[in-house]
Design a protein around this ligand. Structure first.
Ligand code: GLC
Length: 523
């Protein structure tokens, strides 16, 4: 994993913080967060020590999928504010030396988007081909066996015009047709609109989905499917995703971003390593800077599995590809809910010392764990499509607990989703003054990372380690740091040497062992 001597773009050494605006801070008293709320809490983001904010969608939307159903790509939903508030946010972000990355949702719009209303108005409408329409199969059923990622057929019948339209997600999220040059131009104009305003890049939603195979062949059945898996997994998405034409579009998006200077494109891509790595493109025709890497979310919290995961991912990267790591998001279960608070501290150390750009998810910095969502408060449409699977995403979208005042200082009204039950103690204000808190650990880690080129940009080498432990070194220009992580709640005998720069535990470390749940950075 050699490092090069070229100048480093900010997003390689930087850390990204994902804000889910509905749940960050509400200034209007409606129980839902807004852009003024993001502005008012920017000091929290700065004091954390991250470099960039990625904002989940803020565009006009009927909110069937909480903003991932966009009804206008170039405006702000009144729930969140307006363009003037957005410009103020961008200026405030930049004034603090931070970057702002928007969520761009190119695979589908909302069925409320005027483009879709026109498209479905008649078969002859000029925008008919901006979406993916198809005649029924000979038996009158859907054109093929494709399954929506949220379950059920990916095709919806439109009686008025006698054709089906494709939706990889909800039926209120019709897929756009990127093979149509006018649609393509309109989407590039939308990207330009925000780049011209000064945004520093985009996180591109389900990028690998955006083009479908010509002829719409059936996807092959998945021989490993069992009923405890999602309906989507019944078939292998061979023809409905990861098509070569989508790579060409990613390259076009990259050329646009590069024409604005130092902007970043992050692609949401779930694929095995070899296919995933292709989304970097080539040096001659680069695609996204960072294809999001979700392997820490997807794999069990086990030292052997993670060692293999880290090594295989590193080996799969092209020499021009910079790695990245994600631990949580508005879609994934909370890390502290998965592995418990003591190990979530070890996980924070791992995320912020692996080689590659880390993305943190709001609320993980205070260690929000399992949040019970009573049935009457469930909001996530994914849950309602397959209720028996318990894959609802509300559990990771609960509001930020800011302090111990009513509704955790998030809002003056009942929040749209329940708070973490321990909010009176687990909140930003309480953890800010507690040196042993998760928040203090994150701040210390981010400070050390900023001060230590070996951790931010250095090379990495995995070390042999006893069972249950991960060990590696990071090095840059003669600076060397050793990271030791005990992924269990038992002590592990290990004869380590060096000065402890940081420990996940409070009391002094013991040479000769790693204590239960201990993570160390050594110099
Ligand atoms: C992405 C988003 C998710 C959304 C889906 C459809 O996976 O992260 O929240 O539901 O795309 O847009």
């Amino acid at each position: 994993m050699p490092s090069t001597t070229r100048p480093r773009p900010w997003w390689e050494s930087g850390t990204i913080y994902q804000i889910y605006p509905r749940s960050f801070y509400d200034t209007t008293g409606d129980g839902v967060g807004d852009l003024t709320g993001v502005i008012e809490k920017l000091d929290h983001v700065s004091s954390l020590g991250v470099d960039a904010i990625w904002l989940s969608p803020i565009f006009p939307s009927p909110m069937a999928d909480f903003g991932y159903d966009v009804a206008d790509y170039t405006d702000i939903d009144p729930l969140f504010g307006d363009l003037a508030t957005f410009d103020r946010l961008l200026a405030e972000v930049h004034a603090r030396g931070l970057k702002l990355i928007l969520d761009f949702v190119p695979n589908h719009s909302s069925d409320h988007h005027p483009w879709f209303r026109e498209s479905r108005s008649s078969r002859d409408d000029p925008k008919r081909d901006w979406y993916i329409w198809h005649d029924p199969a000979p038996d009158g059923g859907p054109p093929n066996n494709w399954i929506s990622d949220f379950g059920g057929s990916a095709w919806e019948w439109d009686a008025a015009t006698g054709q089906y339209y494709l939706h990889a997600f909800l039926k209120s999220q019709p897929d756009l047709n990127w093979r149509n040059p006018d649609l393509r131009a309109a989407m590039f104009d939308a990207m330009r609109f925000w780049l011209d305003r000064g945004v520093d890049g985009f996180r591109i939603d389900v990028l690998w989905h955006i083009v479908k195979a010509e002829g719409f062949p059936d996807n092959p059945p998945n021989p490993d499917w069992t009923p405890d898996k999602t309906e989507r997994d019944k078939v292998i998405q061979l023809y409905s995703a990861d098509q070569p034409e989508a790579h060409a579009i990613a390259a076009e998006m990259r050329a646009l971003a590069d024409s604005y200077g130092s902007r970043v494109l992050i692609g949401e891509i779930f694929l095995p390593n070899a296919a995933h790595a292709r989304w970097y493109g080539t040096p001659q025709r680069p695609e996204v800077h960072l294809p999001f890497n979700f392997q820490l979310v997807e794999n069990p919290w086990d030292a052997d599995v993670l060692r293999r995961t880290i090594a295989d991912y590193a080996a799969s990267l092209p020499s021009w590809g910079w790695p990245n790591w994600v631990f949580g998001s508005h879609d994934a279960a909370r890390i502290a809910a998965r592995i418990g608070e003591a190990q979530a501290r070890v996980a924070a150390l791992l995320l912020l010392t692996l080689r590659g750009t880390p993305t943190l998810y709001q609320g993980d910095e205070v260690g929000i764990g399992r949040v019970p969502i009573p049935p009457e408060r469930i909001r996530d449409p994914q849950h309602f499509r397959q209720p028996s699977l318990n894959i609802g995403r509300d559990r990771s979208r609960t509001p930020m607990p800011w302090d111990k005042s009513a509704f955790a200082g998030f809002s003056t009204a009942e929040p749209w989703l329940p708070l973490n039950p321990d909010w009176p103690e687990r909140n930003v204000a309480a953890q800010s003054v507690d040196p042993s808190s998760m928040l203090s650990l994150y701040r210390r880690l981010l400070t050390i990372r900023r001060q230590t080129p070996a951790l931010a940009i250095g090379d990495m080498k995995l070390l042999d380690a006893p069972s249950g432990m991960l060990a590696y070194i990071r090095m840059q220009a003669g600076e060397l740091r050793t990271i030791l992580l005990n992924l269990t709640d038992s002590p592990i005998a290990f004869d380590w040497q060096g000065d402890v720069l940081l420990s996940t535990l409070e009391s002094p470390a013991n040479p000769g062992q790693l204590r239960p749940n201990e993570g160390l950075i050594l110099a």
